[in-house]
Design a protein around this ligand. Structure first.
Ligand code: ASP
Ligand code: MG
Length: 414
C-alpha cells in the first residue's frame, strides 16, 4: 500500500465546488488502495487579502508575530472545509493545523524554516483509515508562536511532510498542467515536460517560474522525494521532478524563462584594490539586500566598475545605500541605476555535454537586434540581462531556436 501526499494550491480549492472536487479526488485515491495525506493552501486570493489587511492596520511597523497569526488563518479555513467535504462523501478525514501536526520551525516569522515534523500523529490517523488534511504554509517555533514559511510555502510543507512520512510521491496539484518549456501565456508553442531533474527545476524556480517554491525543490532533492506537478482539473499526467539519473532525456535546453523583477545598478570609478567589492557588497548584505548577478569590468587607470542586479522592490534602497557607500570605495565612485531590465535564461542538463549553447543564445539575440547587458552562467544555465521591453521577443526567439527547432545540435565552436 503506497502513501501519497497530495498538495492542492489556492485555485484548486478556490470555491466550494472546487473543494468538493478535491474531496472526490482524494477519496478516489484512497479507494484505489493508497494512504492519503493532503496539504492545502488558502483559497485563492485569501492570503493576499489578509496581507492587505495587515498592511492597512499594522503599517510598516506591524508585529511579525501577529502577521503570522493572521496570515496562517487562510489555510486553517481550508483544512476544515475540505475535511467536511470528505465527511459528506461518507469518508473519514481529520484536519491538522501546523501546531497540531508538530511542524516545528525556527523563529524567523514570515520566512521560517522547517526543523522537524512529528509524523506519529498523522500515522495514527492513517492507521485508522482516515485521510489526514494538513494546513500548509505554517508551523510553530519552540515557544509555540505561529510561524509561516514565506509566500508559496505550502509546496514546502507538502514536500517536508512527504519526506517525514517517507511517502512514495508528493503530488502538487495546481492550475497548470505541469512544468512548461516556457510561459505558455507568452509562447504559444511551449509544451509540458514529462520529466525534469531537481537541478533544472531549482534553476527554473529561482529564475522566476512560479510552479514550485524554491525551498520545496531543495527539500525534495535532499531526500530524493519525487514530485509530480499536475493539474487539479483533469486526470492527465503532469511533470515529474526527479533525480538526474531518472531523467530519460537530457535536453540541451529544457526551459526558457524570464524574470522582470530585478533592477540593475552600476557603480563606476571604484578603485582597483583589494577590499572594494567586499566593502560594497558587504554593505548591501548587511542591509539585507540580496544581490543576484555581478559583473566587474577590466580596470583602466587603476579604477574599475561593478554592475549588479537586485530585486526590484529593493531598488531604491540599494541605490541610496550604494551612494552612501561610494565615498568608501577609494576614489570618486559614481552610482547609476536602471530598473527597466529583464533577465532571460535558458536551462538544461544537456548543456554540460554540448559546446556552443552560449554562442547560439547570443547569436539568436543578435538576430533580433537585442543587446546583451550582462551575462551569467552556471553548469546548466545561461542568463542574460536585456532591456525589459524585449523580454517577450527574446523568450520567443530562444524558445524557437532551442526548443522548437531544438532537435538540431547547437552550432559547434570549431
Ligand atoms: N497561502 C500561502 C500563499 O498564498 C501559501 C501557499 O499558498 O503556498 O503564499
Ligand atoms: Mg503555489
Amino acid at each position: 500500500m503506497s502513501l501519497i501526499v497530495q498538495k492542492f494550491g489556492g485555485t484548486s480549492v478556490g470555491d466550494a465546488e472546487r473543494i468538493r472536487n478535491v474531496a472526490r479526488r482524494v477519496v478516489a485515491t484512497q479507494q484505489a488502495g493508497h494512504r492519503v495525506v493532503v496539504i492545502v493552501s488558502a483559497m485563492s486570493g485569501e492570503t493576499n487579502a489578509l496581507v492587505a489587511l495587515a498592511d492597512e492596520l499594522g503599517g510598516p511597523e506591524r508585529s511579525d508575530r501577529e502577521y503570522d497569526v493572521l496570515v496562517s488563518t487562510g489555510e486553517q479555513k481550508t483544512i476544515a472545509l475540505l475535511s467536511m467535504a470528505i465527511h459528506a462523501l461518507g469518508h473519514d478525514a481529520v484536519s491538522f493545523t501546523g501546531a497540531q501536526l508538530g511542524m516545528r520551525t525556527d523563529t524567523s516569522h514570515s520566512n521560517a524554516r522547517i526543523e522537524s515534523i512529528d509524523a506519529d500523529r498523522v500515522r495514527k490517523v492513517l492507521d485508522g483509515n482516515a485521510v489526514a488534511v494538513i494546513a500548509g504554509f505554517q508551523g510553530t517555533d519552540a515557544d509555540g508562536n505561529i510561524t509561516t514559511l514565506g509566500r508559496g510555502g505550502s509546496d514546502t510543507s507538502a514536500v517536508a511532510v512527504a519526506c517525514a512520512l517517507e511517502a512514495d510521491v508528493c503530488e502538487i496539484y495546481t492550475d497548470v498542467d505541469g512544468v512548461f518549456t516556457a510561459d505558455p501565456n507568452m509562447v504559444g508553442a511551449a509544451h509540458k515536460l514529462a520529466q525534469i531533474s531537481y537541478d533544472e527545476m531549482l534553476e527554473l524556480a529561482s529564475l522566476g517560474s512560479k510552479v514550485l517554491q524554491v525551498r520545496s525543490v531543495k527539500f525534495a532533492m535532499q531526500y530524493g522525494m519525487p514530485i509530480h506537478v499536475r493539474s487539479s482539473f483533469h486526470e492527465a499526467e503532469g511533470t515529474w521532478v526527479t533525480r538526474e539519473e531518472d531523467v530519460m532525456e537530457r535536453l540541451v535546453v529544457s526551459g526558457v524563462t524570464y524574470n522582470r523583477n530585478e533592477a540593475k545598478i552600476r557603480v563606476g570609478g571604484v578603485k582597483d584594490t583589494p577590499g572594494m567589492a567586499g566593502a560594497l557588497f558587504g554593505g548591501l548584505a548587511e542591509a539585507g539586500i540580496v544581490v543576484d548577478m555581478i559583473v566587474q569590468n577590466v580596470s583602466h587607470d587603476g579604477s574599475t566598475d561593478m554592475t549588479f542586479t537586485v530585486p526590484k522592490p529593493e531598488y531604491e534602497r540599494a541605490i541610496q545605500l550604494a551612494n552612501e557607500l561610494a565615498p568608501t570605495l577609494g576614489g570618486d565612485a559614481t552610482v547609476e541605476g536602471d530598473p527597466d531590465i529583464a533577465k532571460v535564461s535558458v536551462v538544461g542538463l544537456g548543456m554540460t555535454d554540448h559546446a556552443g549553447v552560449a554562442a547560439k543564445m547570443f547569436d539568436v539575440l543578435a538576430q533580433e537586434s537585442i543587446n546583451i547587458q550582462m551575462i551569467g552562467t552556471s553548469e546548466i544555465k545561461i542568463s542574460v540581462v536585456i532591456e525589459e521591453k524585449y523580454t517577450e521577443l527574446a523568450v520567443r526567439a530562444l524558445h524557437q531556436a532551442f526548443v522548437e527547432d531544438g532537435a538540431s545540435e547547437p552550432r559547434s565552436e570549431g
